[in-house]
Design a protein around this ligand. Sequence first.
Ligand code: NDP
Length: 296
Amino acid sequence: MNEILTLNNGVQMPALGLGVFQSSPADTVAAVEAALRTGYRHIDTAAAYFNERQVGEGIRSSGVDRDEVFIETKVFISQYGYDETLHAFDVAARKLGVEQINLLILHQPAPWVFDTTIAAYRALETLLADGKVRAIGVSNFTPAHLDRLFENTTVVPAVNQIELHPYYRQRANEQADTDHGIITQAWSPIGGITFYPGFNDNAVQSPLSDPVIGAIAEAHGKTNAQVMIRWHLQQGRSAIPKSVRPERIAENFDVFEFSLTDAELASIDALDQGVRGGPDPDAVRPPERIFTIPEE
Ligand code: NDP
């Protein structure tokens, strides 16, 4: 049984979901179907993943009732601004084939035009008030970004989705989220960013082959991926591991029947290298990477 997290507005969210970043459109339909048949009830996508349509298709073809599925998606920076973000909801809902989105978040801050980020978040507040989304949140927000958001908006984000895996623990960011009643959701929860093709090709090791995690996994008769997912869940986080392979989708969900000890949790925490794999949320994004989201 999946664990359920209660968000700061009372909405319930399955802690473990399926991520679909870098899943091709065809793979996405099959992965979502496989996940829902396995028991997942939470899917994390984004406008910028170009597969919201296939997420909707996978949900419909799985036979699982839409109302049972927690759909999370993200507004991309090229859609920021008040009217633009209201429109981004319409586009996402149409692609997903749903009337209401469970959790809509800003994909990242745009610190070089933070007023546009604020305007986008204000649109999320309006969508929440209008019942078009059940919860709103952010992604890749540092504690400083959160402070600037609080100065200018009313609704505290329900979720902050950040890079968080054993090699990049982000304790201060998680603590700031917790202090504000925000659930931290781990992206790259099993360290996918450490081996993205063409991105981190020089990485010497991924947590999936880490010997410390491996020893814990062996002691429990589990895999490194399962141990990492358990570590997130026991520490109160949401995690959204991505896979397009049915056997791994099932493996990543088989994490509710064992527990890590405090010492095991601490030894995974101690693997932190303090170096992010993904982009710095304070960096200016080059214009060529601010692409347009198609209307259809
Ligand atoms: P993950 O940590 O989920 O790792 C995914 C990688 O691990 C894939 O290469 C996958 O390959 C492989 N994998 C999955 N399960 C296993 C397993 N049991 N054993 C061995 N290998 C496995 O990384 P992601 O970066 O994909 O992060 C997950 C999700 O987080 C994304 O899909 C997306 O939804 C979100 N995300 C959000 C970001 C943001 O800026 N907000 C940024 C990045 C991700 P295969 O598919 O072949 O199984």
